[in-house]
Write a protein that binds this ligand. Structure first.
Ligand SMILES: [Zn+2]
Length: 227
């Protein structure tokens, strides 16, 4: 299963991507404040922006889509969840071993040693946070514009896609590569491809089934059907 922003929209998580050239933070477009260059040039500002985002996220709870997906991990012999979301709501709903393709807003990563730490366990008034292992400065552990996906997570996702029998693509417009390539890899491996999204996407034509609607409504229905 591959999920995107649509799964969390029903929990009230904004995409923070206003579309077009919308300025979202102190007059800076999303692609500027959320970029690798900004981490190098103004790390405190990046933290201020992510602290603001986490403040919004802290009010959001998992919805029926997250809850249904969490149940499915025990329903199939083999089940993999890969998500483009950084909000941590899949884990909050009980999903285990989530492949977070774009990282997690609740985690920090050391710029010096690469160590990762839960932000909830660190003092919130120290910005940038300091790594417990080496004392280095930390950054948000999310994939920013101009950055690669975390290699190990990506390799795992690609491997699972290549062995996939049934692939659900939920709440993602399937345009952000390389994550958008996963369903095609699954289809190539012979998987039955199911899209759940309110709107048609570039992926729709390649799907064996398309279910139009909100993830939080459709997934629980499939659950009832015993699909
Ligand atoms: Zn460190």
């Amino acid at each position: 299963m591959l999920t995107g922003a649509g799964v969390s929209a029903e929990s009230g998580v904004p995409t923070f991507r206003g579309g077009g050239r919308t300025a979202v933070w102190k007059g800076m477009p999303f692609e500027v404040i959320s970029s690798a260059g900004m981490v190098r040039s103004n790390l405190p500002e990046v933290w201020e922006w992510f602290d603001y985002r986490r403040g919004v996220l802290s009010t959001c709870r998992p919805n029926p889509a997250h809850e249904t997906i969490a149940r499915w991990q025990d329903r199939f012999d083999s089940f993999t969840l890969a998500t483009q979301n950084i909000d941590g709501l899949h884990a909050a709903a009980g999903s285990r071993e989530v492949l977070e393709l774009h990282g997690n807003a609740w985690r920090a990563r050391c710029l010096k040693c690469g160590g990762r730490e839960e932000l909830r366990e660190k003092p919130s008034d120290v910005r940038p946070p300091v790594c417990v292992a080496c004392g280095g400065q930390m950054r948000p552990d999310v994939v920013l514009f101009g950055e690669m996906l975390p290699e190990r997570v990506w390799i795992s996702a690609a491997e699972r896609a290549a062995r996939c029998d049934l692939c659900f693509v939920v709440g993602t417009s399937a345009i952000v590569y390389p994550a958008a390539g996963l369903p095609y890899a699954a289809a190539e491996a012979g998987a039955f491809l199911v899209e759940i999204n309110p709107e048609p996407t570039p992926l729709s034509e390649a799907c064996d089934a398309t279910l139009r609607g909100a993830a939080g409504e459709i997934l629980p229905l499939l659950d009832e059907e015993g699909a």
